[in-house]
Write a protein that binds this ligand. Sequence first.
Ligand SMILES: [Zn+2]
Length: 400
Amino acid sequence: MDAIAPTTALERSTALLEALCAISSPSGDATGLRRCAERLGRELEPFGFAFEIEDEATAAGEPQPLLVARRPTTGGGRLLAVGHLDTVLPAITPTRLGDRLHGTGALDMKGGFAALVGALQTLAERGADPPPDLVVLAVPDEEVGGPISEAAMRRFGDGARAVLVLEPGLPRGDGESLVVGRRGLSVWRLEARGRAAHSGLAFAEGRSALAAAAGWAAEVQGLSETGAGPIVNAGRIVGGDSEFVQDLGEEHRFVGTSQRLNVVADRCIVEGEARYLTLSDRDRVLDAMRDHVAAAAARWQVELHFEVVDEILPVPPSSAGAGLAATLVEAAAADGWTLELETDRGGVSFPNFLPDPSAVPVIDGLGPVGCGMHTRDEYVSLRSLERRIHLIAQALVMLA
Ligand SMILES: [Zn+2]
């Protein structure tokens, strides 16, 4: 191992975070993102990593840098540490104020990478090597839907023996959280076809697709459970006569007029999503939605077609990482602070894109906590940074 500057892990980590935050790297800024990736890659080299920066294309075909840093001596598996270098806003000069480091991306999530480097230094000070199969992955497009993030997660997650996600945890009173469960989601669509008729002259001849679909939407929204149960959200509904629904871009001018309100609405489309923590919850809620499809079709005598058009797998809280998470909670307590496990985060993140998120130990939210994500008031707590350095070092020892 090359000589490491004789600073403490916290000092090294804070200096790196300040340097990373000073480099402006909003999503899409390939030059800034590459500078950021190079800075992080160079920081990993003294700990035995070799890095490369691959060019990955966005949906629009523009190259964006993906940092992959590996230890030259690979073990049997792959321990993946992952995060993103892109920020929502362009950078302003970072500043330190007491316990806080203010900077763009300090919390979300350059702080997670800085904590990882601090953890590597902590191991080095103890004369311990990081796990030989540790791979650090820094993606450029998480804040903008992330096709590169998703593809990289699928590629490097395939065969990973464990995944450490460096996104920030949350403050919890005087303590902090770690994420062990993330919801998956099914994007669904209901199409209803009825029969148009003049509502004044032949109302009984009509079959209202709108009434069937709107009633169904209210029923399925009502399937939502509180707590850890699944939720269903009908996000959009368009109903009316067929021309109105098919050519909404042009026909929306009828909204607010009385024109064609004398037609029994024969077309309706409802779109939405269901979110759940487990696959059994998914199956249960989708089955219930289909039961309501059958009931609504029979009641209103219309044709209903329900389909799931996209799906993202959940990271169930009782998955393979539970033992590791419990040990980290104990390690935090031994360090004198409280670490809580967040078993139910609604937002989709990196581990949702693993081939089977329930089969791999996943520890998420390992990065330091702070406040003001995506705003000009963003900061990270340096006390939390120190905690997270110890926590990640502990995780690396356990996974060695
Ligand atoms: Zn983030």
